[in-house]
Design a protein around this ligand. Sequence first.
Ligand SMILES: Nc1ncnc2c1ncn2[C@@H]1O[C@H](COP(=O)(O)OP(=O)(O)OP(=O)(O)O)[C@@H](O)[C@H]1O
Length: 252
Amino acid sequence: MLKINNLHVKLEEEDKQILKGVDLEVPAGKVHAIMGPNGSGKSTLSYVLSGRDGYEVTKGDATLDGEELLDMEPEERAAAGLFLAFQYPVEIPGVGNMTFLRTAVNAQRKARGEAEMSAADFLKFIRAKAKDLKIDADMLKRPVNVGFSGGEKKRNEILQMAMLEPKMCILDETDSGLDVDAMKLVSEGVNALRDEGRSFLVITHYQRLLDHIKPDVVHIMAAGRIIKSGGPELALEVEHNGYADILAEIDA
Ligand SMILES: Nc1ncnc2c1ncn2[C@@H]1O[C@H](COP(=O)(O)OP(=O)(O)OP(=O)(O)O)[C@@H](O)[C@H]1O
């Protein structure tokens, strides 16, 4: 599924290397988590995979099911099955949430050579998914994310993910801004999408999210590289002891 090989990335505007040799492999059907101190490069990794401007890949590559991701335009990456839920979801004034989702779903279907979904079928589909995520019908009519609370934005992103049915989902700090109940709801939304053909990369600071979304593997990122990988117990170790011991192990 997702394979990242010795990825080096610098900022385009200044000579600052942020990713310094990331190696990561997320097989089909698996949930991997990335934790790591502030500024270690976790969000940069998700931005680069999504095709955001401002970063230059200086070495290495990333493939999704063998296809080179980094050469693709952002919409081609989405059509290839990549989905990213960002730390700070964007607001799109003037574009209704429902219209946005219908356009996105139909663009994906078109890219896959499938027929567009009719208005009636789409309405049924979105209403069922929104109900599962306890998203108010009123929120579907409002402009995308405009005036949504932090938690509503996160839930809306999980709705987008549920509607687009991607094969590789990257969730960047989906827990930030969620209250306990919303975190449970969002985690349930993610768990409902777990499937042997779908993989997840969950970037988080908090072990408690991983209590709900149980990862197969936890990676620790520091200074632009994955420095340690292990099972869910690694997240517990971080929760109890912080990163100092792990960083010291690497330096030794
Ligand atoms: N556009 C930019 N201009 C200047 N520095 C940047 C830019 N983008 C990223 N950086 C720097 O790159 C480093 C990695 O940032 P990144 O946001 O990827 O870290 P992170 O691991 O996601 O951090 P956090 O846990 O705090 O969200 C940081 O030192 C950050 O300041």
